[in-house]
Write a protein that binds this ligand. Structure first.
Ligand SMILES: C[S@@+](CC[C@H](N)C(=O)[O-])C[C@H]1O[C@@H](n2cnc3c(N)ncnc32)[C@H](O)[C@@H]1O
Length: 226
C-alpha cells in the first residue's frame, strides 16, 4: 500500500464520516464535516443516532482510549479530541475499517472545547498522557482553567474525569490542584501496574504509554469527580 503524505491524509480526513474538523478562526463554532459547516454544540447525539452517554478522550493522539473503551462499552459513545490531523487519521481510519460506530474524532484545540460541546453534554473525560508542560503550569490539561471547562461541559451528577500519565510532576501537580479546589478524588495510584489493575479500563495502552513502558517508566492514574 502506498504511504499517504500529510496533505493527502488531511484531505482524506475531510471525507471521513467519523471526523469533524474545527473551522478555526474563520468560524470557531463550526466544524467542517464532509464539506458541510456544522455547529456541533449539543448535536453529537445526531452523529451517533442515539442518546447514549458521550465520553471524551482529550489530546487523544491516535485515539487508543476512545477506540478501546468504545469496544469495551458499546452502549457509550466516544469522541477523541486532538489537534494533529495525521494522528487522528490513523485512529479514525482504523475505527472506520473496524466499523466502530460509537467512536468519532474532533480535530480541534482543547482550549476551544466550549465551542463544540454544550454544558452537560459529556459524561466522562479521559486525559491520556498529555504533555506535562513542565515549564508552564497554566498549559497543563489539569490546570484550574481546564478544570473549569470540564466542569462546565460535564453533566452535573456522577461525572468522572480520568488522568493517566507517566509524569510524576503532572501527577503531583494535579493532586495539589484537586486538593486546593476541594475536588473529590475517587482513586489515585502512582504505579498502577505494581499490582493487579483495579479497573479493566486501565488495560488499554496508548501509543505514548507503550513507549513509556519500554523506558521502564511507572504509570500513574487519578480518577476524580467535578
Ligand atoms: C504526548 S501525546 C499523547 C497522545 C495520546 N493520548 C497517547 O497517549 O498516545 C499528546 C497529544 O496532545 C496533543 N495536543 C497537544 N496540545 C493540544 C491542544 N491544545 N489541543 C489538542 N490536542 C493537543 C498533541 O498533538 C499530542 O498528540
Amino acid at each position: 500500500m502506498t504511504k499517504l503524505s500529510k496533505l493527502q491524509k488531511f484531505a482524506a480526513l475531510k471525507t471521513f464520516p467519523n471526523v469533524y474538523s474545527s473551522k478555526g478562526h474563520d468560524n470557531p463554532f463550526a466544524v467542517d464535516h464532509n464539506g458541510d459547516d456544522l455547529d456541533m454544540k449539543g448535536q453529537w447525539k445526531k452523529h451517533f443516532k442515539n442518546e447514549n452517554p458521550i465520553i471524551l478522550e482529550v489530546a487523544c493522539g491516535k485515539g487508543h482510549y476512545a477506540r478501546g473503551l468504545g469496544q469495551m462499552y458499546p452502549d457509550n459513545n466516544y469522541i477523541g479530541v486532538e489537534i494533529k490531523g495525521n494522528r487522528i487519521f490513523t485512529g479514525a481510519k482504523a475505527a472506520l475499517l473496524n466499523k466502530e460506530e460509537n467512536v468519532a474524532f474532533l480535530r480541534a484545540r482543547i482550549e476551544f472545547m466550549e465551542y463544540y460541546f454544550e454544558p452537560g453534554e459529556l459524561s466522562e473525560i479521559w486525559i491520556t498522557f498529555p504533555d506535562p508542560q513542565l515549564g508552564k503550569a497554566r498549559k497543563r490539561t489539569t490546570a484550574p482553567r481546564f478544570l473549569d471547562v470540564y466542569r462546565n461541559l460535564l453533566k452535573k451528577e456522577n461525572n468522572i474525569v480520568h488522568l493517566k500519565t507517566d509524569s510524576a510532576e503532572l501527577y503531583e501537580y494535579t493532586l495539589e490542584v484537586l486538593e486546593e479546589q476541594k475536588v473529590k478524588i475517587l482513586y489515585q495510584n502512582d504505579d498502577i501496574y505494581a499490582q493487579p489493575l483495579d479497573f479493566p479500563e486501565l488495560e488499554i495502552k496508548t501509543f505514548y504509554e507503550e513507549m513509556h513502558l519500554k523506558d521502564n517508566r511507572t504509570i500513574k492514574y487519578i480518577q476524580f469527580t467535578l
